[in-house]
Write a protein that binds this ligand. Structure first.
Ligand code: 13P
Length: 251
């Protein structure tokens, strides 16, 4: 049985004060919801204050990115060792990083390797752009992204995947549950080829892209979808609580 997981990707939103207030607003309600893993991924600067706020609770923290070196002269970067002190998860290869910051498959691979080495759980994002989707290239794109990201990684234990079609991110145009499940089943097959059937059965794969309280159940009811990576809706306390609650009851 794969435990469902809901992760909120706050992206570049919230000051530290906003972040603290938002977690205070959600913490007690989230804490009451059983049988679902809850992860909040705030901006780097809020990780330390939020760590204190969620200490001893079932709410876990994640970062939105990392640099792959452990330390050194990389002005402005944050290393896996720094994060391992503050949080358990880290989003890697988000399409916004690939698009705006030129992250190639090779860089994503280095980041996954370094995160695993530091004991962080990577939430590895993959997904096709609109033109690729329309050209029928979804399978080709996600396969290529997975092969690149997981090259020479023999031990994938704990790794989490997120299928985020780029055309569905922040557009209000989510994939349908059926569409998302179809691609996630393809991703599972691909994992079976890279690793084996056990890994493909056990690995958790999330859907991301315009997830709201209104469409969560549609995704959670799909056999291959284990949860969601939520952007905009994770910044609204009541909506995020509802998404987590639905993930708890539909799986
Ligand atoms: P939205 O939920 O705002 O579409 O963002 C999805 C996303 O990119 C999560 O990582």
């Amino acid at each position: 049985m794969r435990v469902p997981l809901i992760a909120g990707n706050w992206k570049m939103n919230t000051t530290v004060t906003d972040a603290v207030n938002l977690v205070k607003e959600m913490r007690d309600d989230l804490e009451k919801i059983p049988d679902v893993d809850k992860v909040i991924c705030p901006p780097f600067v809020s990780l330390a204050p939020l760590k204190e706020l969620v200490a001893g609770s079932t709410i876990k923290l994640g970062a939105q990115n990392l640099y792959f070196a452990e330390k050194g002269a990389y002005t402005g970067e944050i290393s896996p060792l720094m994060l391992a002190d503050l949080c358990e998860y880290v989003i890697i290869g988000h399409s916004e990083r690939r698009q705006y910051f030129g992250e190639s498959g090779d860089i994503v691979n280095k980041k996954v390797v370094s995160a695993l080495k530091a004991g962080l759980i990577p939430i590895l994002c993959i997904g096709e752009k609109l033109a690729e989707n329309e050209a029928g290239k979804t399978e080709e794109v996600v396969t290529r992204q997975l092969n690149a990201a997981l090259e020479n990684i023999d031990d994938s234990d704990g790794l989490i995947l997120a299928y985020e079609p780029v055309w569905a991110i922040g557009t209000g145009r989510a994939a349908t549950g059926k569409q998302a499940n179809e691609t996630i089943a393809i991703i599972r097959n691909c994992i079976s080829r890279i690793y084996d059937r056990r890994v493909s059965r056990e690995i958790r794969i999330l859907y991301g892209g315009s997830v709201t309280a209104a469409n969560t159940a549609e995704f959670m009811n799909q056999p291959d979808i284990d949860g969601a990576l939520v952007g905009g809706a994770s910044l609204k306390a009541a909506e995020f609580i509802s998404i987590v609650a639905q993930a708890s009851t539909t799986k």
